[in-house]
Design a protein around this ligand. Sequence first.
Ligand code: S3P
Length: 431
Amino acid sequence: MKQLTVTAAPKPFSLVCDTIAPDKSISHRCAMFALLSDQRSEIKNFLQGEDTLNSLRIVEQLGATVERMGSDVTISPPATLSEPGTVLDCGNAGTGMRLFCGLLAGIEGHFVLTGDKYLRSRPMRRVTDPLRAIGAKIGGRAEGNLAPLCISGGALEPFRYQSPIDSAQVKSALILAALRAKNPSYYKESFLSRDHTERMLRGMGVEITKDEEGWIKIIPPIHPLKPLKITVPADPSSGFFFAVAAAITPGAKTTLTNVSLNPTRIEAYKVLEKMGADITFILKEDIYEPIGDISICYQERLRSITVDSNIPWLIDELPALAIAMATAEGTSTVRNAEELRVKESDRISATLEGLQRAGIQTREQKDGYDIVGGTLHDATINSHGDHRIAMAFAIAGVRFGMRIEDIACIETSFPNFYTILREISEVKDGN
Ligand code: S3P
C-alpha cells in the first residue's frame, strides 16, 4: 500500500498552475463520442489518467484506431463497431461504465462491462432500469444493479423519462441511447447536472433542445456526426485542491489556467469565495465550453458556511471543501448530499473519519455532515481507495502536515498531482 507524507509548507506560496489535469468528464466523452462520427476525431490534452485511458482502451476494443502522441489523441472510428472478444474494463470509473451502458445498449452485439472492486459495488440500476424500460437487454448481479454487466445490444424505443436523480451520468447514458432510437426522445431532470454531453453532441451536429418546462429533446441523427476537434480544458474539480490549498494558507495564492468555467462545474469556487477567499474568474474563450483562468488568494481566516443547494454542481469538490470547512471559524453544514455515499467511496464517512483523526469535531447525517472548524493536526488518513479523499487530505497536509495511506487511486484522475504538490510543500512517498 503506497503512502504519502506531506509536510506543512514552510512559507506562503504563489503557484501558477498550467498543468492541472485535463477534464475527466470531457475526456471520457471525447473517447466515446468519437465513435459516433465516421471521420477521425482530434483531441488535444486528453487526460492520461487511468479512468480515461480505460475508456480509450474500450473504444479500441470496439474497433476504433487510436493514436496517441503524449496527451494528443486521434480516434478513427470503424465503419461498424465490432463485438469485442473480451470483457470491457472500466477500472474505477463510474462515468465510463454508466455512459458505455447507454452507448452499447443500442449497438448490435454482446458486451460485458466490468471494473475494479470499488466500481463493482456501486449502483448501476439508475441507468440499467431506464435503459431496460426502452428495450435494452442488460443483466448484472443484484438484478442488474451491480457489475459485471452484460449487454446484448439491439433496437431501442424512443422515450419520455423524468429522472428521479439529478445525475449527468444517467442523463448522458439516456441521451446516448436516444441517438439510436427511430424517433425523438425526451429527458428531464429537476436540477441541471453537468451538461458536457449536450454541449459536445450539439457541437457534433445533434439536435438537442430544451423546452421551457425543462424537457430535453433529442432527435436521432440521420447522418454520422461531425468529428471532434477539441482541446480538453483543465479540470476544475482537480484544480480545486490547489484552490483550497491557497484559501487556507495565510499569504498564499494559486492561479489555474485554461480551466473549464462551465457554470455546472465551478460552484465550489463560489462557495469558497463566500467563505472569505478572494477569487477571480477570467473568461478567455468559448469552444464547446467557456474556458479561462481562476485565481484564488488567501484573504482572511475562512468563515463557516451552509451548503444545502446546487449540490450536483459541487458534488466532486465536497471532500476538498470539507478541508476548507475544517479550518473555518464556526460550524459548517452540508445537507442534501446523500449521493456522496455512492461515489468512489462513501465520501461522507471517509471524509469525517479523516477529519476526526486530524482532531476535528464532526457530526454525521444521513445526507451530509456538520464540521466544527478548528486546527487540524498531523494524522494518518485512510483514502479508502478514493482519489478525491486522498488528494483532499494531501492538501490539508500543505498547511498542517498529513500522512495518507492507499494513494495509488490518485492515478485515476490526476497523475501529475504530486509534481504540483511538490512545488508548494515537502512530499515523501513510500510503501
Ligand atoms: C460525472 C458526473 C458526476 C460526477 C462524476 C463525473 C460525469 O456524477 O460526480 O465524477 O462525467 O458525468 P453523477 O452524474 O452521477 O452525479
